[in-house]
Design a protein around this ligand. Structure first.
Ligand SMILES: [Zn+2]
Length: 241
């Protein structure tokens, strides 16, 4: 049996709506057995983006159902969102974002071959926040914390994520392997010298090595560029706070 209810979405939740539904109250046909989670997600908004739902002015759980004539008001998270622990799992399309978050020292799981089921299971088992541009993935019930990355450009994605979760105070640059997420430790030159290109062997003296995959890192021109960029991210965070 279908009944009529009215919905209105606040702020950035409108990013997920069809244009004719943005920033206004609209009527929606509702099944009497449908939960608020199901209804809101069928309109397009994943549950991970929602802070609270009011029905006729009173806060309600996403597991509750509606009655005819109910007026539903849906609110986004207040930003920046403060995380208990900044640990991420990233879907297969956002590999550059994963590498950049690792560069900043954040524990970031990324497996290009992982399907949605595996990503959701990992997020749940290890309490990682899911970063994706796939709204369907964020609708999965087992995912508690997630965020739909709006930008399609990796550098803008990193700025978006660091600002949304106020990560700047937790940056620990070059402490983690960009390739595999392992921890980096200082490595004496004599232990890595055989793996170095000739110019690096002659000009560099300080190295670190990934404790997981063994990759060796040193401070080259790439490092200097990254440092400048990290300082920009910190400066933008200061301006936003
Ligand atoms: Zn590694």
């Amino acid at each position: 049996m279908l009944i009529r209810a009215c919905f209105r979405f606040e702020g950035e939740l409108n990013d997920f709506l069809a244009p004719e539904k943005e920033n206004l109250e609209f009527e929606h046909l509702v099944g009497v057995t449908d939960t608020l989670k199901h209804l809101i997600e069928s309109i397009g908004v994943p549950h991970t983006e929602i802070e609270s739902v009011h029905v006729n002015g009173k806060a309600r759980a996403l597991s509750e159902k509606l009655e005819s004539g109910d007026r539903v008001h849906v609110f986004p998270h207040a930003t920046p969102v403060r995380l208990r622990s900044a640990r991420f799992v990233i879907d297969g399309h956002l590999g550059r974002l994963a590498a950049y978050l690792r560069m900043l020292g954040f524990d970031t799981s990324y497996d290009r071959a992982a399907d949605d089921k595996l990503l959701a299971a990992l997020a749940s088992a290890e309490q990682r926040l899911v970063l994706t541009r796939d709204v369907g993935l964020l609708k999965r019930r087992e995912i508690e914390q997630g965020y739909c990355v709006r930008s399609d450009k990796p550098r803008d994605q990193l700025r978006e994520v660091t600002q949304r979760f106020a990560l700047a105070s937790q940056f620990d640059p070059f402490s983690r392997c960009m390739d595999c997420n392992g921890q980096l430790c200082p490595a004496p030159k004599e232990e890595v010298v055989d793996t170095l290109p000739p110019h690096t062997r002659e000009t560099k003296n300080h190295f670190s090595r990934c404790t997981h995959c063994g990759k060796v890192f040193w401070r080259g021109t790439h490092y200097e560029r990254m440092l400048g960029w990290i300082e920009e991210l910190r400066e933008q965070a200061r301006l936003c706070s």
